[in-house]
Design a binder for this molecule. Sequence first.
Ligand code: GLN
Length: 623
Amino acid sequence: MAPSPVTATVIQSLVEELHARLSSQREGKVADYIPELAKADPEDFGIVLATADGRIYAVGHTDKPFTIQSISKPFMYGLALRLLSPAFMKAKVGVEPSGDAFNAISLDPHSGIPRNPMINAGAIATAAQVWHHDPKQAEAITLEFFSTLAGRRLEVDQAVYVSERDTGHRNRAISHLLRNAAVIEEEPEPGLDLYFRQCSIRVTCRDLAVMASTLACQGRNPLTQAEPLDPLITTRMLALMGSCGMYDFAGQWLYDVGMPAKSGVGGGVMAVVPGRLGIAVYSPRLDDFGNSVRGIAVCRELSQILELHLYDQSPLQHSPVRSSYLGTERRSRRWRSAAEAARLDPLRSGIAVLHAQGVLDFAALEAVLSRIDGVTAEASVIVVDLGQVNQLSPASSALLQRQAQRLEGAGLHLLLCRSDHLKLPEGLATPLRCHASLDLALEAAEDRLLESAAGGSPAEAASATPGAAAGSAAPPSAPLLLASLEPALRQAIAERLELRHYSAGTLVTERQQPSDELFIVATGRFSIHLPIQRPGSSGRLARVATFSEGMVFGDAAFFSGQRRMADVVSEGPGSCWLLHRNAFEQLKQQHPHAAIALLSLLAVDLGDKLALCGQQLTLLEDL
Ligand code: GLN
């Protein structure tokens, strides 16, 4: 059977069902105290969901214009906070819910100012301050701000504005009360006029949903990426919507629906699921509180069906630490000389690696911190891989920084890796602490172990970790690799080697170049880099290994006759013995025994490297 065509998406059809179900709800009455509002069609019904990442689900009358009315109030308050500062506004309008009707002609008897910016007294006081800030531009600034929130140009509905202005005597009374209480410092009419205009801004259900999603995204419009508000101001607006947004119904609303919201007598309701979703409903029939009847029903149902209630938060379900193990299980790709390996191997359990994942909010980070504390019984260097962490809040990175300092104080080290995509505070994002890859972090951890085993003094540490300073030391007279050979054989080989010195950062061999020599490290460290063969990694190089004294590189291509596969770079000043192809040919001719002896040594070296490569490969399975 042919598959039937895919129709509405899951969320779209869910919203459609809800719309169909609630269309029969005809309770309530269209507002008529402003004559123009009475013209609204009571049957109009639109629902729009706008997600925090910019997807829209729309059903019904979602593009029909209506006036924003009181839904403008939280935005205007946000604009005032932005233009005039929270401290200034605090002296003008309170933030306590009021038990009064939205249009009550009263002030808080204790403070002498309006109780909050969601009732008319507070909203008129707020508009008056915005007007006072820039009398000439106030309306333009307001419209521009609302337009940025909605992501399209909005205008004032002149007919509704005139209707409000000519009949808004109650609001005029409130404005005089505010003038009398010196909340408004001058002639109240211009501020009141701005209030009438802000209430008469024409929006659609879709606009309101986008505006709500802008609040859900801490003030950034997810469709246009514009940022009309900052996170702090947005949080304050949402808090006020939570406690005072639904007039005298605010308590019941928070109890049932659990979302900050705002309604308007034009029939709009806007609700926000912080960080997730903006919801808007348009349906002009209002209940006795002045809230859209269907608007409330839609939000109530969505809250239940989609579990959107703000206080319905499940505890952390996933572990923020994907896996963890000790340094005995994974080592860096810096291949240590036998002597160094002998010092390092018994210490390896002093390293712990934790792979963190997901969103590290407070709860997740607290769990990571406790895992770190748990491993300190054994490990003194803790590597935390942040590569799979999608988000680290500023508060969480501050806690991580405290952990780093705390460990430092106890002589332990916290190293991080793969954190480029996260914003870390300066104190945490030091080059010593943050490493581009797990491999480099492991190497740094190993070096730390060697340093502390050597007593922690820089001089001793340098001698314990050859690459650090030994690059400048004089190379021995013949490669360590040949030490086991009879003197005559050793001599035959050694006299055919060329000792070459490199300054730090020299490209010793280059990919695609012919390979006519192999290298035996005399002093210093040499790193082999290969391009990562993965779509999208655009030529990024990965370190395959770092070699130090006595190790051989360039051998694979030297023997196969292929071009070089990898770049090799000197990490610091260093030197290598080079065996040129013609010198090797000559050795084979003139000293076949010496050539065979050399080949056997190189075969052992190659075998060791293969074994380590195999081990690294199996570890990848586990990343
Ligand atoms: N402009 C209207 C008024 O002040 C806004 C009221 C509202 O939406 N609740 O009466």
